[in-house]
Ligand binder design. Sequence first.
Ligand SMILES: Cc1cc2nc3c(=O)[nH]c(=O)nc-3n(C[C@H](O)[C@H](O)[C@H](O)COP(=O)(O)OP(=O)(O)OC[C@H]3O[C@@H](n4cnc5c(N)ncnc54)[C@H](O)[C@@H]3O)c2cc1C
Length: 545
Amino acid sequence: MSTSSHILNPRPLPAVAAPRFLEGADLGEYAKYLTDESRQSGQAAALAFPGSTAEVCATVLAARARGWSITVSNARTGIAAGAVPTGGLLLSLERLHGIRALRLGPATSILVHCEAGVSLAEVQKGVRTGVFADSGTWDPDSAAALATLRQGRYVYPPDPTETSAAIGGTIACNASGAHSFRYGPTRPYVDALTVVLMDGRVLDLQRGQAQAAPDGRFGIRQADGQVSWGRIPSYVWPRTKNAGGYYAEPGMDLLDLLIGSEGTLGIITEAVVRAIPAPEASCAVMTFWPTESAALRFTRAVREQRQELGLEAVEYFGPDALRLLRQRRAQLGAVSGVPECLPATADCAIYLDIGTDSARLAPVLEQLIAVVSAQGGDPESCWSAMADDERERLRIFRHALPETVNARIAEIRRRHPTVTKLGTDMAVPDDGLEQVLAMYRSHLDQAGLPYVVFGHIGDNHLHVNILPEDPQQYALGKRIYRQFAEAVVAMGGSPAAEHGIGKLKTAFLEILYGAAGVRQMRAVKAVFDPDSRLGAGTLFDGGQP
Ligand SMILES: Cc1cc2nc3c(=O)[nH]c(=O)nc-3n(C[C@H](O)[C@H](O)[C@H](O)COP(=O)(O)OP(=O)(O)OC[C@H]3O[C@@H](n4cnc5c(N)ncnc54)[C@H](O)[C@@H]3O)c2cc1C
């Protein structure tokens, strides 16, 4: 692919016709494409649905000829408004929905070659069940890899809660989820990308084939043979989960620059992602705690034994969260998804996913019971789920919380349409967990703001959902949100741990990397997208939730 491993060599594809642009009155019935799960709404001069990498190239060139900017839209589940257009062309990847091939990968992994618009759910399910809608069209090597997949137990580890997200969207946002506690975010599961650049050429990026120089330099060869040089930013990447800004590390793989770039450097049209052998046995356990401090001690204790216990996820439900769930049960009864047997004395809860060898499962559960007892919990009150239907009931219980929060905010918005939920997405290093939680509570209690705390406590990544009752509380909540971001960064953490920066949190980039860091990011973007046509308003324009 490259003559020097620091220089990327994009290639032109044979020209094809661009798909029809939907413009003017034709756009009317496509209003849903102007918004995403952030509930922000944008505008576009035209919308296009290219059906192949070659058509994406043609679309880029046609948009360029009209002087239009381009916003990439995928499944639109983003909650930071990255896919919401600010004018120009909205390029939807919805028609890129094929899974093209399987291959045997290194260390008994299986590589899945998919187009960017394939849903995460389809990839996860295909890997889990060995059933793929497109397998009838695959080559013999794919058939052999499929046979291997079907003989074993495999998992595609990235697990953001919203599985209708597209695989290209999860890569563009470096999405993570509850199981990132054990497996990390999307990044390490991406082996190769096909990326369309803003000059209509295509980059084939394969992990291990192109790295930045030790001093951070990298280049892109232009169509005339000249090389445009850039430099990886020199800022220090947070020591926590982080989905804010361009990934930066000395000598890094250049593939990693595209992962998490939120549709601002290039358009990912295809990806090769890696499924790995799944644990033989798994179990979900909900533990209940009389106080938050007991739950925090338990978190530390299980974290210290994460390997022996085969922990995949450690998730928190704070006292405010359990209160909301109890209210939901009282209002809706059994359809609430909240069981009647929620222990009356429980103040908060910690949910665990365990994945281990079949022979180890029983001893692991005994060890877990011992940890619960040692931390003052009651093993009798714990719920465990192994069978699919039991796990599904636990999943419904867990999801009842965000649903209740969203219903509450919808109710408030009927009275005050300008008010939205203020949902934080911040992670801190291990030693900051108690400190950050105390900070959240003292600021919000003092301000008298309603809020709920839950989320990925294993990674010190708690979501604080502030639920302002009126515009005054909303304004106050926004100020406090920013103070949280500053404090979390001062602790070495990230104010954008998994949902990205998008258009709503761009002010956080300067808090995270300083003005110089943001300038370095802009310089990287200028190498990929010199006319700044891609993803206008995303990452760089100074917005704050
Ligand atoms: C209920 C709910 C729960 C969620 N839970 C999680 C969670 O647990 N963890 C998590 O990380 N996120 C979560 N999210 C956020 C969201 O699902 C993720 O950010 C997801 O990765 C977005 O994928 P998408 O296909 O919907 O992308 P979109 O929303 O369409 O786009 C997101 C951004 O990526 C860019 N983009 C998309 N595809 C490409 C591409 N192929 N090439 C270049 N740029 C591209 C877009 O321009 C935009 O900037 C949740 C969202 C919801 C609504």
